[in-house]
Design a protein around this ligand. Structure first.
Ligand code: TTJ
Length: 645
């Protein structure tokens, strides 16, 4: 055996040990072996092709999900080098797929994508695949190599001829079911989301996703993502369902401190801020230095412009960053050689050079843009000045409710009919739609433990209003003071004056809408009340049935039918359909909806899994003693709250 062969053998053992380590502790390399990790394999391979695109040698990547959940990733780049690297004695291809951390970086152009769990390389995918086949097309030939659970099956070999100008790389793999025990089934939408994002972030690149898992005879699902405008089109896409404040989408780019920076932005007429940040095409949900640089430059540039153009007078305060970012949609994308990730989940950029780079480029180019587009500048600043006034007004309104609640009791709203019981755990408050129903409820209630707060008409939709209107709204102010908990930073659940907050509305569409608006307010401003189970919906009946001096109430059509089956359908039945709470006299309201011994309440829950949906779990609460009078079917209903993504 020659010296060289011994050397080769020793390297082989090291390589196998490396990939074996990946198989032993896959979580260390891809985070999880659940569905997320399975999808991560695809991104890991695609990242290599994106690098080739960034280097300027590839403009099309095709990803295919085969019928058996194997994956093909194919690009039209230069092809992974096939010649033997003298140091390792291995072909470029074998280095890429068998040596840890040797992600496709062979000098020249592009940025190595690393940090977090990304950029761990194709060898990790290889190690975690039952088998993987790579084909490289270059120099008029097609080369191929196959691996099984990371082990080389045969040396790289020529398997065919190719047109002399064709080049590219194709990887075909099957995730190992021994590793991905939970699932080996790909979710089209998950891949779609990420591949679309990658296409937005790499302008000009075309990414095609094909799903072959369709019924026989049906066409495969094929989608192509291709954005010549890059992140400007990303901003346009995010603002699609909103009303833009001005038609222009700003785009700034440049290179500073070895950081490549791209920023795009446009305001819409909403009040929320949506900024998404990326480092080497990886999302950084916790932001970091690039985001800090962006915010600092935005705040300074707009204030400077406002002063220079007399939109802010000398004696007026600067606009806050928050005011300027009201309704802003923005994408910040930086590329950096050696990104440092910080924070709990390693999703926050730490490199300080990124702060200066983004601030410098945005500051310079935004200043120029505003000078060239004074009408856009004016619209943004007018919105920001309104936001500033709203924030001032909100602060004043909040101070007011704060002072009132400090007086405990004296500041209670005039319309509130409070209860006399001092033990809070026995108290409940009914929030009632309309003054007339409020009047009946006040007559019907048990004074000791039940308080009534009537609200007039529809309450404000807090999703669609600025803070000053929210805090200025009388119905909302009444609720805040009645509950006693304070709000926001002052919120203290221990000060809650009632154990149960019961929303009582008509059993019709309008009533349901009002209840939804109420829940939206509570969810946005006092989510703890819902999380701690203090919020309920009253259930007024839909029908009253009278027969031979006996009375039944039905809470649904099915229930009415059931009762009619029992008592018999004949002309002695007197059926009354309630259209609103106001149609019931106080006694009926008490019997059917308010009496703790007879009523049915629904408790409102928040599903921890998807906090964006408020789940209303239908639960019977039949008071403390009596056994349930009627059978109750447990149901779930959803008040879906569409949060901005
Ligand atoms: C590197 O520089 C020399 C010419 O080839 C460059 C290269 O490696 N390009 C390249 C790699 N293009 N595509 C890849 C690639 C594609 C897939 C699907 C998977 C992997 C691991 C790499």
């Amino acid at each position: 055996m020659s010296n060289e062969e011994v050397q080769y053998g020793a390297d082989q053992i090291q390589i196998l040990e490396g990939l074996e380590a990946v198989r032993k502790r896959p979580g260390m390399y891809i985070g999880t072996t659940a569905s997320r990790g399975l999808h991560h394999l695809v991104y890991e391979i695609v990242d290599n092709s994106v690098d080739e695109a960034l280097a300027g040698f590839c403009d099309h990547i095709e990803v295919t999900i085969n019928e058996d959940n194997t994956i093909v990733v194919k690009d039209n780049g230069r092809g992974i080098p096939v010649d033997v690297n003298h140091k390792s004695g291995l072909t470029g291809v074998e280095v890429v797929f068998t040596i840890l951390h040797a992600g496709g970086k062979f000098g020249g152009g592009g940025y190595k994508v690393s940090g977090g769990l990304h950029g761990v390389g194709a060898s990790v995918v290889n190690a975690l695949s039952e088998w993987l086949e790579v084909q490289v097309t270059r120099d008029g030939k097609v080369y191929q190599q196959r691996y099984e659970r990371g082990k080389v099956c045969y040396p790289l070999k020529v398997v065919g001829e190719a047109p002399s100008n064709a080049t590219g790389t194709r990887v075909y793999f099957k995730p190992d079911a021994l590793i991905f025990k939970e699932t080996t089934v790909y979710d089209y939408n998950v891949l779609k989301q990420r591949l679309r994002e990658m296409a937005f972030l790499t302008k000009g690149l075309r990414i095609t996703l094909t799903d072959l898992r369709v019924e026989e005879g049906e066409d495969p699902i094929v989608q192509t993502f291709h954005y010549e405008g890059g992140i400007s089109e990303f901003v346009q896409y995010l603002n699609k369902s909103k009303t833009a404040l001005y038609p222009e989408i700003m785009y700034f780019e440049g290179n500073k401190n070895n950081v490549q920076v791209e920023v795009s932005l446009q305001h819409n007429d909403s009040y929320t801020e949506s900024i998404y940040t990326f480092v080497n095409n990886i999302n950084t949900p916790e932001g970091g230095t690039h985001l800090e640089g962006f915010k600092a430059a935005l705040t300074k540039t707009f204030n400077d412009y406002a002063r220079a153009n007399k939109m802010l007078k000398d004696n007026e305060e600067n606009l806050s960053g928050e005011d300027i970012r009201e309704g802003l949609t923005a994408i910040i994308s930086v590329k950096i050689e050696d990104p440092q990730f910080e924070g709990q989940t390693k999703q926050k950029l730490g490199n300080s050079e990124a702060r200066g780079a983004v601030a410098g480029i945005v500051g310079e180019q935004l200043t120029y843009f505003l000078e060239q587009n004074p009408s856009v500048a004016k619209q943004i600043l007018e919105k920001a000045i309104l936001a500033q006034r709203a924030r001032d007004a909100a602060r004043k309104a909040r101070d007011l409710t704060r002072r009132k609640s400090a007086l405990d009791g004296f500041g209670l709203p005039g319309k509130l009919a409070d209860c006399s019981e001092t033990d809070r755990s026995k108290c409940e408050i009914f929030i009632v739609e309309g003054d007339s129903a409020g009047g009946s409820a006040k007559t019907a209630r048990s004074r000791a433990t039940q308080a009534i707060l009537p609200l007039r008409g529809k309450i404000l939709n807090v999703e669609k209003a600025r803070v000053d209107r929210i805090y200025g709204n009388n119905e909302i102010k009444s609720m805040i003071t009645a509950f006693g908990t304070g709000i926001h930073d002052d919120f203290d659940i221990n000060k809650l004056r009632y154990d149960k907050i019961i929303i009582m509305t008509d059993a019709d569409v309008d009533g349901a809408h009002i209840a939804t608006l109420m829940l939206t307010f509570l969810y946005r401003f006092m989510p703890e009340l819902i999380k701690e189970g203090h919020v309920y919906l009253a259930q007024p009946p839909l029908y009253k049935l009278e027969k031979n001096k006996k009375v039944w109430y039905a809470y649904s059509d099915e229930e009415l039918n059931k009762i009619l089956m029992d008592v018999g359908r004949d002309q002695n039945n007197k059926i009354q359909r309630y259209k609103g709470l106001g149609e019931m006299d106080p006694e009926q309201l008490w019997e059917t909806t308010m009496d703790p011994d007879r009523r049915v309440l629904l408790r409102v829950n928040i599903d921890e899994e998807s906090e964006s949906d408020i789940d209303v779990t239908f639960t019977t609460l039949m008071g403390d003693k009596v056994e349930p009078r009627r059978e109750f079917i447990e149901k779930n209903a959803k008040f879906v709250k569409n949060l901005d993504i």
